[in-house]
Design a protein around this ligand. Structure first.
Ligand code: BGC
Length: 797
């Protein structure tokens, strides 16, 4: 694996723009190709296009990653495919290529504008003297459209060759996904047509390129020719000093699944027959003719308007801290472009659409880290992500059945059908080369209650009874049913236990009574009983319908009730306040990550199960006990949270990007202000400063850490503003970082909106005029009712 991937960038002023809406760089570093390609990426939830340069080839990791194209390339990994690169453009002068990747520019910058979802770059070469400025975006107005505009200005007399077309040699992590790939010249366009090897999905991409003199007429290509695997139209142009060319490219892409029924995704077969290649081609052709019928400015305007609406509800304003302001927008931006907001049958991947790592699939990250931002700013998207879990229930049922359980055991790694796609062998022992059997797929059960917990959170925050009746109750009952088949009853102790699991801390496998897992299981069983009772009493028809669909038996409700009452939940020690992460954890060697690091024989060794350096120690990969507090802020007293934060924090390696945020949020609550801010920065810069590992145990895990991006919202709103849900509104327990003068954001509840503004010593909350009901606010010991159109100011501390 390329060691370039592990290098880091320095935190330099140049990445922060004046407006706090952009990140940028003015120094080109070819060693940062993986990281920069991810950080500067554009996307729209349907496709992601890495922020690489137009002439980059597979070695520089360009990628156009497309949703709903899960396919197995080499028999191990099912993952999204990387489509041919339709923005490929190569400039040359007198037989010599002018390549971005070779640097050597007089002037250079690459930028990402988060407000508009636009990428741009400019560079000036001295020999030949040209200035190249490119801008591009993945349209939110037409999700199948990727487009760029490049202006080339001659700084002296110059003869240029411009080869622009489609590069068919793609960067693909785990082998070639296409059993056939053809590049052809079509009517007024170039076309790439591919068929995936396992599923036989068709992907058709068409590219239209229009080159013209600035303010002048279009230029005709001289020929269509191949450039090492790329099919290009070739233009040859002479320019005088000051003259400029403008190249507009419109790339449209469709895949088979875009044309299939998505109403009930339970297996590939359930989606009906695959459309023919001709049908996919027709869809692409239609998309391209729509795109060429509109001017580039019109296309851009339509795209920008949608981003404007997104930011209207999602933006967080931080006064007095420009770094934090830019960071928060950068992270929210990546959470938005990773989310398939257009669909309710697709997951939000752990690396989004930034590359194929983590198979383009959802983990528990989706519900616990990505979704809350949407829940309170764009609940429709939160709903769609949960409906995806409904549509993949059959996959979860199959997994439960295959492992001898009942109900829904959700996949640890969940793609389109929800069947488990996490391989049993994930990492390799770098010392022996032997495969390591991890049990993420069959023992990490907390994903199921995490999803059911999120059903509770969604229904509580939105009051969406229809969702509960159509989807939520079934998810919930099936998860409770799974838990009932998974717990063990210990007659001597008269309690239920959950044995042989992995909690969030993945280094310790095969553990019993993980506090996080048991607590979540109890919460879900309790909620399942509550929903069972209310539905069967208040909506008996709906209840009967669900019960019939899943063959619910009479005794099941009582079994859940019994589990909720008698499951073993490790208690906080009376003296120390400590909660044991799992049974026997405190008997493990008590040491620290920096100490055990010295024991590594090879820096690339995997730290966890079965015999990594952390396994026999109290060193955790990521937050585990503290993770529970993040989900249930009122479950324990602040003293208990403090005691556990202080105990576990120095023992946590943060080997997962999910970890920092949890420590940031809990630190804010317990008044560890500096640590809270420090962890906030660490969490928000995982990608920007490339602090994560790109490779673990020999597996590529680079790309955008979408969970860290999504949870940035929670650090600020749940952590610093201390927001929590109450029955009749919201509670707040603010702890603003000392450098923040103001913090403002919008929160949605039951379809209504509140505008929250915090200062160090006061907060104001305004209910929008068109709110439908009164919302109650709880701040400290006071409670204030806020009718529509009213504003309240509450002093703090
Ligand atoms: C973490 C998991 C997480 C996964 C995907 C792993 O490194 O330990 O908690 O779900 O990455 O982000």
């Amino acid at each position: 694996m390329n060691t370039k991937m592990e290098q880091r960038v320095e935190l330099s002023d140049e990445i922060w723009s004046e407006t706090c809406w952009e990140i940028g760089e003015s120094r080109f570093d070819p060693d940062q190709a993986v990281t920069a390609g991810s950080n500067f990426m554009i996307g729209n939830g349907y496709m992601g296009y890495r922020g690489t340069f137009a002439d980059d080839r597979a070695d520089q990791y360009p990628a156009l990653v497309v949703t709903d194209t899960y396919d197995n390339a080499d028999g191990t990994w099912k993952e999204l495919v990387t489509a041919p690169n339709g923005l490929f453009t190569l400039l040359s002068c007198r037989g010599k290529d002018i390549l971005w990747r070779q640097g050597g520019f007089g002037e250079y910058e690459r930028r990402l504008n988060m407000l508009r979802g636009e990428w741009s770059a400019r560079a000036r070469w001295d020999d030949p003297g040209i200035l190249v400025e490119e801008e591009r975006f993945c349209s939110y107005d037409d999700l199948h459209l990727l487009t760029s505009r490049t202006r080339i200005t001659a700084l002296g007399e110059v003869e240029l060759e411009i080869a622009t077309g489609i590069d068919g040699k793609v960067w693909s992590l785990n082998g070639n996904h296409f059993s056939s790939l053809s590049l052809e010249e079509g009517p007024d366009c170039l076309e790439a047509s591919c068929v995936t090897g396992e599923q036989g999905y068709h992907l058709v991409l068409r590219e239209d390129a229009l080159l013209r003199r600035a303010g002048g007429a279009a230029i005709e290509p001289c020929e269509t020719a191949s450039r090492e695997g790329a099919l290009c139209r070739v233009f040859r142009v002479s320019l005088e000093e000051g003259q400029a060319l403008v190249l507009e490219k419109r790339v449209v892409l469709y895949s088979s699944n875009d044309l299939r029924d998505t109403s009930r995704i339970t297996s590939d077969a359930a989606r009906g027959p695959l459309p023919t290649q001709e049908e996919v081609r027709q869809a692409t052709a239609g998309g391209l003719s729509r795109a060429v019928s509109r001017s580039w400015e019109e296309l851009r305007e339509a795209h920008r308007n949608i981003w404007k609406d997104r930011w209207d509800s999602a933006d967080i304003l931080i006064g007095g801290d420009r770094v934090a302001q830019t960071l928060i927008r950068y992270n929210l931006y990546h959470n938005v472009i990773a989310a398939p907001a257009h669909a309710d049958h697709l997951p939000l991947g752990a690396r989004g659409l930034s590359c194929q790592a983590y198979q383009g699939a959802a983990f528990w990250d989706q519900e616990i880290f990505n979704l809350p931002m949407f829940l309170f700013t764009d609940p429709e998207t939160a709903r769609r992500l949960l409906v995806y879990r409904y549509r993949t229930l059959d996959g979860a049922r199959k997994k439960a059945r295959d492992l001898g359980y009942r109900g829904a055991f959700y996949a640890w790694v969940s793609g389109d059908t929800g069947e488990e796609i996490c391989p049993s062998w994930f990492f390799r022992d770098v010392l022996t080369g032997r495969r390591i059997r991890n049990h993420f797929n069959d023992w990490q059960i907390h994903v199921s209650p995490d999803i059911a917990y999120t059903v509770w959170k969604y229904v509580t925050a939105t009051g969406d009874q229809e969702f509960l009746e159509l989807y939520g109750a079934e998810i919930l009952f099936e998860v409770a049913r799974f838990l009932a088949s998974r717990v063990h009853y210990r007659p001597g102790l008269e309690r239920y236990e959950i044995i042989r699991v992995l909690g969030p801390d993945e280094y310790h496998e095969n553990v019993d009574n993980n506090y996080f897992t048991n607590f979540q299981a109890q919460f879900v069983c309790r909620y399942a009983v509550e929903v069972y009772d209310s539905l069967s009493t208040d909506h008996p028809r709906v209840f009967d319908d669900v019960a019939r669909r899943i063959g619910l038996e009479r005794g099941e409700r009582d079994a859940w009730d019994d589990i909720a009452r008698r499951i073993y939940i490790p208690e906080a020690d009376h003296e120390t306040g400590l909660i044991e992460q799992f049974q026997g954890f405190f008997e493990l060697e008590d040491t620290r990550p920096e100490v055990i690091r010295e024991r590594l024989l090879d820096p690339g060794e995997y730290w966890g199960w079965p015999n990594g350096i952390a396994v026999e120690t109290q060193v955790s990969k990521q937050a585990d006990v503290t993770q529970l507090f993040m989900l249930h802020p009122k479950a324990c007293s602040r003293e208990v949270i403090r005691a556990n934060w202080e105990y576990y924090e120095p023992r946590t390696q943060h080997g997962s990007s999910l970890s920092y945020a949890v420590y940031a949020i809990c630190a804010a609550w317990i008044g560890h202000d500096q640590e809270a801010y420090r962890y906030f920065l660490r969490s928000c810069t995982v990608d920007l400063l490339n602090t994560g590992k790109a490779v673990s145990g020999g597996t590529f895990i680079g790309g955008i850490h979408t969970a860290a991006c999504g949870v940035a919202w929670q650090i600020v709103v749940s952590g610093f503003a201390g927001m929590y849900l109450t029955r009749s509104g919201f509670g707040f327990d603010p702890h603003l970082p000392s450098g923040w003068e103001t913090l403002a954001f919008t929160l949605k509840r039951w379809g209504d909106s509140l505008e929250v503004t915090l200062h160090q010593r006061a907060m104001t909350v305004r209910a929008r005029e068109d709110n439908s009901r009164e919302i109650t606010l709880e701040v400290g010991s006071s409670e204030v009712a806020l009718p529509p159109g009213q504003q309240v100011a509450v002093p703090l501390r």
